[in-house]
Structure formats: structure tokens, C-alpha cells
Design a protein around this ligand. Sequence first.
Ligand code: ZN
Length: 256
Amino acid sequence: MRTILFFFTLTLAAQTPESLWRAARSKQPAPEAQPPQILQVSTLDALLRGLYAASYTVADLKQQGDFGVGTYEGLDGELIALDGRFYQMRANGQLTEATDKDKIPFAVLVKFKADVQFSARNVTQAQLGELIDSLIPTKNHFYAIKVHGTFRDLTTRAIAKQVLPYPPLADLIPGQSVFNYANIAGTAVGIRSPSFVAGINQVGHHFHFVSDDRKSGGHALAFTTGDVTLEIQQLRRHAIWLPDDEPFRKAVLPIQ
Ligand SMILES: [Zn+2]
């Protein structure tokens, strides 16, 4: 690795990342079959514009994916989807499971099935991103990344529910709730998107967190892991469900 700060071991000894991806590729369906899909609801720029009204329910989206990130109607906290459960981390620090009727204005979801697995220890969020970038075969595909284990320190955020007229997201960052955790076990649910989707989705890594006891979580601002396992899924099919409400129809997008 490029620095000794990185500690990582291949799950299968004596195999390189390249050979692991090659083995994963050989297990994928034939080219004519539909490859795994990443589905997103709305666009990131629409969310940044303050379009927090929601067109789709949790029940709708459970059909499309079991793993991912997003938010709830009115920007009511952070969405963490893991193992088919949709969690909501609110600005009051309470994490609950969403109901099927709850609505979602923005989300990125996959049906998670790992292609490869690695281990890492004692890496910061930035170092983990660099490590993953050194392991993936190309930066021009999407990836779903599950990081499970202990986190020595972790800082998350959640934003309080907004009322109409919705302010742009940038106006809400100064008032966001920030939560600090130490030695917490849980899962960082990550999506990595390529640079060419700027304006549509967050470019690069985007992690949300949920603790093993399902009491804590949020949008990850910073962390340092303990021992963690990384599972990575490569995705080459991208779908977008667009809202059809008045604010979305009239929104000037992308944000320049
Ligand atoms: Zn987020």
C-alpha cells in the first residue's frame, strides 16, 4: 500500500485485488442479462435546491433495494438502508426504523451483493476512501460499500425536519446536529459514484452509519475505524426516478 498507515489483508491469501475482481466478474451473469442496478430517487442538485417533498414511499423503495443512503420528507434526518431495513436518524439523536408509509425525497439504493471482501484496520474516513479507490477496477462505475466492524471514533450529522417553504440545504448545514461516538460497533453504508454524475449524485464516497444496537447513526462526517471488513459491489446500471411535482418541474437544474 502507499503508506504504512494502511493495514489491509486480502480475505483470500495470496490473491491480488485484480484476481479477486476477475473471479467476481466470472460469476456475474452473461452480458445480455441485466447487471445489478443502482437506483436513485431525484437528484442531488434538486435536494440542494430545497426540494424535500417526497414522491416515493419506503414501501416503494424496498422493492428496489435493501442497502443505501438518503433522507426523509422535509429533510427529516438521515436514511440508512441495511439488510432491507430502513432506518431514520433524526436531529434529536434518536434512531428508529421507518414505516412503509414514510416518504423519501432523495435516496440511492441497491440490492446489495458483495463481489469482493477485504479487511482494514485503523484508517480514517479519507484513508478508507483512498484504500477503496486503490482496490476498485475503475472509478467510472458505481460501487456499494459495506464497512462493518468497530469504529474508534465517529462523527455523524442529521438535519432537523423542515417546513415549507423549504430553505436550500446549504442554509441548514450551520444548524445541523452533530453526534460524536467512541468505540462503537456498526456498519458504514457507502455509495461511491463516478465524477461524471456531478449534479445528479454525490461524486466519490458517501457514507451513512448505523450502529449494531440500532440506536445511533447518521451521515458520516469523519471516522477512524478499528478492525473492519469491507464488502464491495460493482454496479454498471444506473436508474433515476424523478419527482413529478410542481417544485421539481420548475426547478432550474443543475445548480451552476
Ligand atoms: Zn448523506
